[in-house]
Ligand binder design. Structure first.
Ligand code: PEP
Ligand code: MG
Length: 594
């Protein structure tokens, strides 16, 4: 049998070999039925009763998940309970039952299809995720209406690699990690709830493996690498032997990384770096804690907006912030105020049509123009700050006048809370993102006004080099290692140093192992990275000395081209740490690391 290779997106690490069990989602069959006038009211009642039953079932599932995976993971299903009450799901269905006189299951099915059509091409991850969740809830409701219980993924009786077109968050949460060796799906994306749950459950996973169900049969042997996304169906002897070696290396490496979980991120000559995690969704908190992070260096709060159609109220926000702060306590939680606009435009908010949204109404500009939205968030953050470890950070600050306005509002909100006798942390640390070239050039004036800087290299690169961060046509020009960006970082560090404040870096660059030595040598106090890569970065920092990093950085900073810098970093790091498997783009097919 010839070996077949496929690639998907590796989303949960692990190298696995095993037999396949396929699972195709049988499409839900829903027949239309015309109702007589007298049947409409009972049908609406039947729909409401089904809502009640589904609510009980989801609440039970949330409980089970909380027990197994922790309250953060269970949060996904709390969100499902909210969807059950969401007018976006309910109103169109009830209207269709009334106006078109059709049965509830059919109306719901039609509505779900319509939603799928509307959102099929959206690039916004949060919205896609939200639509997936609405579908998960909708399918459950249809099953309830049809008098069936939720079809659980049949738990296999021997360990298998499960291959499916898609798996809903509720199905994923119930996977038994001892029987499901790994998961491959045709659909899905990097940050979907299904992906996040796979990591929490500890099941290696690849998503987005389009067409894989067409080439794989039950019982086929498959090798997969959950980091690189490589899949080998019926591998030949050579691949299998390479795989076995790679797996040994991977397991040894994992064990080494696991051993570092509670160790500090400190260089061999005693220079400590605060290594914290970026958080997009509270459900990732489990992973942040497991990775051995020193708190959260960037909590992107936009999910609160993007996941709902209405403005998240003060109470809800306070609850979310408090929960995250308690989870990482006593380590810090840096809450960044809303960075809406640009490519993050929530459905429930009016956004103007702009020719250049990234140069337009975005982040702090939106907050300053919408005082109610801004003040509600500030109140919620301040109230949650009684946990003791909350810090606040403002995005996209352009200069001194703007920061003065922001701090004025902040002080005013604090005073309002004092007047009404509400508690908050009077010493709450305040920081700003340095992500605009203007902020870099004015860093000297900005530094004395705050307690810390965090450099956002995603936007700093975009704005410094005039390269849209989401535009594929210019993706190859997006270089955080461009000398201009590096000089911007160096200037920011100098300004912070002179003012005696802390300076960190939270763009994607912080989690790129190729530049770890360069960033250590630039004397950043903090690196905030994706939890997936955090253990590797810690291992690297602990394997180098500050002295050698400074020497390397001094050499790199004299280079004049992004390409030379990139090459120097690659060569130096792979020569200096040849035994680490992280340089291999894909472990299985490189086969040389043993
Ligand atoms: C950045 O710009 O580098 C950053 C961390 O913020 P975001 O990616 O959320 O814009
Ligand atoms: Mg940014």
């Amino acid at each position: 049998m010839a070996e077949i290779k496929r690639t998907g997106i590796g989303v949960s690490p692990g190298i696995v070999i095993g037999p396949v069990a396929r699972r195709s989602h049988a499409a839900q069959t829903v027949q239309p039925r015309s109702l007589r006038e007298s049947e409409i009211a009972p049908e609406l009642q039947r729909f409401r009763r089904a809502l009640g039953t589904a609510e009980k079932r989801i609440a039970k599932l949330a409980e089970q998940v909380a027990e197994r995976l922790g309250t953060e993971s269970a949060g996904i299903f709390e969100a499902h309970l909210m969807i059950l009450k969401d007018p976006m799901l309910l109103e169109p269905v009830e209207q269709m039952i009334r106006d078109e006189r059709v049965n509830a299951d059919y109306a719901l099915h039609q509505h779900l299809e319509e939603l799928a059509r509307q959102f099929r091409n959206t690039k916004e991850e949060f919205i896609r995720q939200r639509v997936d969740d609405v579908h998960d809830v909708g399918r459950r409701l249809i099953e309830t209406l049809q008098g069936r219980r939720r079809r659980r993924v049949r738990q296999p009786d021997k360990p298998v690699i499960l291959i499916a077109d898609d798996l809903s968050p509720s199905e994923t949460a119930l996977l038994d990690a001892t029987q499901v060796l790994a998961l491959i799906t045709e659909k899905g994306s990097q940050a979907s709830h299904t992906t996040i749950l796979c990591r929490s459950v500890g099941v290696p996973a690849i998503v987005g493996a389009e067409g894989i169900l067409e080439v794989v049969k039950d019982g086929d042997l498959v090798i997969l690498d959950g980091t690189s996304g490589k899949i080998f169906i019926n591998p030949n002897a050579r691949t299998t032997s390479r795989f076995r070696k790679a797996r040994q290396v991977f397991l040894g490496f994992e064990e080494e990384l696991q051993g570092l979980r509670d160790e500090p991120c400190i260089t061999k000559d005693g220079h400590e770096i605060e290594l914290s995690a970026n958080l997009e969704l509270p459900v990732e908190l489990n992973q942040v804690l497991k990775a051995g992070s020193r708190g959260v260096g960037l909590f992107r709060t936009e999910y609160l907006y993007l996941a709902s159609r209405t403005m998240p109220g003060e109470k809800l926000q306070e609850k979310e912030y408090r929960r995250a702060a308690e989870a990482v306590h006593p380590d810090p939680l840096v809450i960044r105020t809303f960075d809406l606009g640009g490519d993050k435009q929530p459905a429930g908010m009016e956004f103007p049509q702009e020719a250049n949204p990234f140069l337009g109404w975005r982040a702090i500009r939106v907050s300053l123009d919408r005082p109610r939205l801004f003040r509600t968030q500030l109140r919620a953050i301040l109230k949650a700050s009684t946990v003791g470890n909350v810090r606040i950070m403002f995005p996209m600050i352009s200069g001194k006048a703007e920061l003065e306005r922001v701090l004025e509002v902040f002080e005013d909100v604090k005073e309002e809370l004092r007047q009404s006798g509400e508690d908050f942390d009077e010493n709450i640390r305040t920081g700003i993102m340095i992500e605009l070239p203007s902020a870099v050039l004015c860093a000297t004036e900005l530094a004395p006004m705050v307690d810390f800087f965090s450099i956002g290299t995603n936007d700093l690169t975009q704005y410094m080099l005039a390269v849209d961060r989401n535009n594929k046509l210019v993706a190859r020009l997006f270089r955080s290692m461009h000398p201009a960006v590096l000089r911007g970082i160096a200037m920011t560090v100098d300004a912070a140093r002179n003012a005696g404040i802390q300076v960190g870096l939270c763009g994607e660059m912080a989690g790129d192992p190729t530049v770890t030595m360069l960033l250590v040598g630039m004397k950043l106090d903090e690196l905030s990275v994706s939890p997936v890569i955090l253990p590797e970065i810690k291992l690297l920092v602990r394997s180098m000395s500050l002295e050698e990093a400074e020497q390397f950085t001094a050499r790199v900073l004299t280079m004049e081209k992004a390409d030379s810098i990139l090459q120097a970093c690659r060569e130096h790091m792979s020569a200096r740490f040849p035994d680490l498997p992280i340089w291999a783009e894909n472990i299985v097919s490189s086969g040389t690391r043993n």
